[in-house]
Design a protein around this ligand. Sequence first.
Ligand code: ZN
Length: 103
Amino acid sequence: MTLSDVQRQNIHQELQAQLMWRTSQLDDLKAQMEYEGADRQTALADLAATDRIIAEIGQSLQRLADGTYGVCLDCGAQVPFDRLKIRPLARFCMTCQLRNEMR
Ligand SMILES: [Zn+2]
């Protein structure tokens, strides 16, 4: 079962919201780096993590645009909307996710 247009729009909005939030978080982190006595090690790690998430959101938006979004990268099954709604960056179905985690 593929996603309906409304569901795709829903995910799109969610991804856009996350992208905006993460982008402002990135700006905050960059600003923190400017402070005297800032914990640069932690800030740098946070920056890298935030950067990675922003890249993942971008990939999800790209996949949403080209119609491959929501398809499990492992087995090719459609990931249920209920799962994507909670975790829009999920790239695997529940079964494959659990199997990957157990490896
Ligand atoms: Zn799968």
